[in-house]
Design a protein around this ligand. Structure first.
Ligand code: OAD
Length: 249
């Protein structure tokens, strides 16, 4: 794989870089992206119709079961070469911030030291009434589990459509976008706000944008470097060409 010399140079010189990842980064771990069609049981539903507070109010059991199904798939998944290449980038670049929209925890499983999770984490649940976070819960029978403190229904600790993102994570993500020299947008369709605006903010503040995606997105024409293909192939090759090539200068 041949990369633009300008990109390799910028990456070698970068003191601060930020990466935003989306579902495409976990696709090669066997997890479906959001805007892919779903399988079997859930094929008739769109994620946008299940991942909302209204859906949970209407039918908590259906939403709980959908997340239980996704949690099961995530539990079977392992990090892929894209996740590991991002661990390496954090070692090579003095200030590297990793922001993810994924709730699967695969960046942490690969060994990324600090991950800003903008959309929560599927392995945690929280009480829909008092907000208490639970990392363990009693699934018991068929019903949606309840909070031990206030008896409210438990829900996944993820951000649903129409909900605010966690404030501290959002501020940290904006700060990392504002202050970086290189901004990577990897495996995200770039259509869900506010995450989608991070790349444009970074560019306004002088960063160069590197997009890695299997398909063109709304960001592609704005990117300084648009690398089309699978993140699990492009990212490790880029890391190797930049930091482990004999002619590195
Ligand atoms: P999407 O499903 O919208 O987009 C996945 C992107 O990954 C697409 O642009 C694909 O072209 C690309 N892609 C697929 N396989 C790839 C691969 N192997 N390598 C590189 N790129 C690949 O997922 P997100 O952008 O993450 O939010 O979606 C953003 C948010 O919308 C999600 O976090 C979720 C969803 O609704 C909430 O639940 C709040």
């Amino acid at each position: 794989m041949i990369f633009p010399a300008d990109l390799i140079k910028a990456l070698r010189q970068a003191q601060r870089a930020t990466a935003l990842t989306g579902a495409g980064v976990s696709q090669e771990s066997g997890l479906r992206t959001f805007r892919d069609a779903q399988d079997g049981l859930w094929a008739q539903y769109r994620p946008e119709d299940l991942a909302t507070p209204q859906a949970f109010q209407r039918n908590p059991k259906m939403v709980w079961d959908w997340y239980a199904w996704r949690r099961e798939k995530v539990s079977q998944a392992k990090p892929n070469p894209a996740h590991y290449a991002l661990v390496e980038l954090a070692k090579q670049i003095p200030n590297f911030t990793l922001i993810t929209q994924n709730v699967d925890g695969l960046h942490q499983a690969a060994g990324s030291p600090l991950v800003i999770e903008l959309h929560g984490n599927i392995h945690r649940v929280r009480c829909s009434v008092c907000g208490l976070i639970h990392s363990r819960w009693d699934q018991g029978g068929d019903a949606v589990p309840r909070c031990k403190v206030c008896n409210g229904l438990l829900r996944p600790d993820v951000v649903w459509f129409g909900e605010n993102l966690p404030q501290a994570e959002l501020e940290a993500a904006f700060e990392a976008a504002r202050t970086c020299e290189l901004f990577f947008s990897i495996g995200t369709s770039g259509v869900v706000q506010p995450a989608a605006s991070l790349a444009y903010l970074a560019q306004q503040q002088g960063a160069r944008i590197v997009e890695i995606n299997a398909e063109p997105t709304p960001l592609t024409s704005f990117a300084d470097f648009a690398l089309q293909g699978k993140a699990g192939q492009i990212l490790p090759a880029l890391v190797k060409a930049t930091f482990f090539h004999e002619s590195s200068t």
